[in-house]
Design a protein around this ligand. Structure first.
Ligand code: GAP
Length: 541
């Protein structure tokens, strides 16, 4: 059975993920990738870069593509001019509502606090909890009993609401027991909390030197739009892709790496003619969903969810999320993996003219907010970020479609999907439960493991030669310790798709066995053909 507990335990045991600064007790919302995890995440980013950018062939157009397009890459800085964040809207609008509990000295995201009604005798209270969905009812029952000072034998005298609801669904007269509180009504009213990490530039560190760690990689692309246009031969429609770290001071980081404070994004800003933007929006939604299934996420665990108008971010005139059924969520619920947003011309226009008034209804946010002096409050760069079509002579501000993916959420989804338990024969041929990470070979941290069947008769020497040869082309692992069955099991847990064993026949016939992780089938391959054979098997996925 797949459970988050087992997945987290495997990640730690096998070196996929560790808590950051663990020896000092850890720091919430930060995660380190171990030797296997770093390879997996690198492979995921590499697959994205390759499939979206470098292997994209601008000359190929298909029936589903509105027209041919080009893709280029960028690597912009994490710290940028503070004005970037004023014009992007993040300075004024990028916040969550949070509530504090002075008694417990804790802070929570308002929309994440859930709970249930608890009734004992004639008193009814709402017990709030931050427990995971599966443990929510138990946590509410335990804390309700503690609050009413009930013993276990009196448990059935207390009634527990069957439905879990969020705190924001309650009216203000309700008595609430905060998630970590002992007394009632300790929670404050919701307040806005900006999610950007502040930092200061230079040694003086005055108010004017304050800037922020980027909360998205996207803005680095917008402010370089003109540089890319002027320095390369791209013409609209085209996309700029970027992979890099982003930082958000999340109030309640949770669910393993799902909501972290430091994470990596893989973002594309795709610039197109306003008249074609809806076609491109559809194109990117389909293309990105297909990418996840091509790398092994099952289509039953994925959904495309269109945002309601009130959910849209300040820049967006339409957004669809690709969501995945992460195992930490209740049955039937999905968590965001990637957002595909139609950003209109919000960003280019605001970096050109100044910050847009957040009160203006979405879709009409083209007005510049004026200060008391009648000048734009947050001035844009003043640079012309419009585009002139050389063929038609038309000048316009391109619209932007933004497929924005999280590398850490992606890695987590692939880890969750890959985790499986099945039955396989052990070294004595007895069927045993095995844990296996069925990662797509392109993503697998180790592509092949090489074993000598025994540690004698010249087998280690042959195996080491093979290892050396394969190592020039891919990440390979050499192991000669313990029974070969146990070595297979260790590689199954690491997600290694192919295990190569050198046996007596290898010495006489110059062949080895290649065992497939998923089918468990073994085939004999000539040693001279191994590099080509394993490469071909990986690339065929
Ligand atoms: N430029 C648009 C943008 O940043 P977003 O929906 O806020 O949009 C895009 O973020 C993706 O970044 C998300 O779908 C998710 O995969 C990832 N992401 C966002 N916040 C994250 C966090 N706190 N921890 C891990 N990944 C996160």
């Amino acid at each position: 059975m797949k459970s988050m507990e087992k997945i987290v335990s495997l990640c730690k045991r096998r070196g996929f993920l560790f808590q950051s600064s663990e020896i000092y007790g850890g720091v919430q919302g930060f995660w380190d990738y171990g030797p296997l995890g770093v390879e997996l995440k690198r492979n995921l980013k590499e697959a994205w870069w390759n499939d979206m950018l470098t292997s994209h062939n601008e000359l190929v157009t298909s029936a589903d593509t509105p027209s041919t397009y080009e893709m280029v890459g960028l690597d912009s800085t994490i710290i940028m001019h503070p004005q970037v964040w004023k014009c992007s809207g993040h300075f004024d609008l990028f916040h969550d509502h949070m509530i504090d509990c002075p008694e417990a000295k804790r802070r929570y995201r308002f929309d994440q606090v859930r709970g249930r009604w608890v009734e004992y005798q004639d008193k009814k209270i709402f017990v709030a909890t931050m427990a995971e969905a599966a443990e929510e009812a138990d946590d509410v029952r335990r804390r309700g009993m503690k609050f009413f000072k009930l013993r276990n034998k009196d448990a059935d005298k207390m009634t527990l609401g069957s439905e879990s609801i969020t705190l924001d669904q309650l009216d203000s007269t309700t008595d609430v027991l905060g998630p970590d509180a002992k007394s009632l009504d300790t929670l404050t009213e919701p307040r806005e909390f900006n999610l950007m990490f502040k930092t200061t530039l230079g040694a003086l560190g005055g108010e004017d030197d304050v800037t922020f760690l980027r909360p998205e990689t996207a803005q680095g692309i917008f402010v370089n739009f003109k540089n890319v246009l002027d320095s390369s031969r791209v013409r609209v429609p085209f996309g700029i892709g970027q992979v890099g770290k982003s930082f958000r001071n999340e109030i309640t980081p949770r669910n393993f790496t799902f909501r972290s404070r430091e994470f990596e994004q893989m973002e594309i800003e795709f610039f197109c003619h306003p008249d074609q933007s809806q076609d491109w929006y559809r194109f990117w939604r389909d293309r990105r969903l297909a990418w996840y299934t091509s790398l092994g996420l099952s289509s039953e665990s994925l959904i495309m969810r269109e945002h309601h108008t009130e959910e849209l971010a300040h820049y967006s005139i339409g957004t669809a999320d690709i969501e995945y059924a992460f195992p930490f969520l209740p049955e039937g619920e999905y968590g965001e993996l990637e957002g595909i947003a139609h950003r209109g011309d919000f960003d280019l226009r605001s970096h050109m003219e100044g910050k847009l008034d957040p009160q203006t209804p979405k879709g009409q946010r083209m007005e510049v907010e004026l200060g008391a002096d009648g000048k734009p409050k947050h001035r844009g760069s003043g640079k012309d970020l419009s585009y002139r079509d050389e063929l038609t002579g038309e000048r316009y501000i391109p619209h932007v479609i933004e497929p924005s993916a999280g590398a850490d959420r992606g890695a987590l989804a692939f880890i969750c999907e890959a985790y499986s338990e099945d039955e396989a024969p052990d070294e004595k041929g007895k069927m045993q439960t095995r844990t296996v990470m069925k990662l797509n070979p392109r993503l697998a941290p180790i592509k092949a493991a090489v074993f000598p069947l025994v540690k004698k008769d010249g087998m280690p020497e042959v195996a080491k030669d093979i290892y050396g040869e394969l190592k020039k082309h891919m990440n390979v692992f050499y192991d000669e310790k313990g029974a070969v069955g146990r070595r297979y099991r260790r590689q199954d847990e690491a997600g290694t798709p192919y295990c190569i064993t050198v046996d007596t026949e290898s010495l006489s016939e110059k062949t080895v066995t290649v065992r497939d992780r998923d089918s468990l089938q073994q085939s004999r391959v000539r040693i001279d053909d191994l590099v080509a054979e394993i490469t071909q098997r990986i690339e065929s996925h």
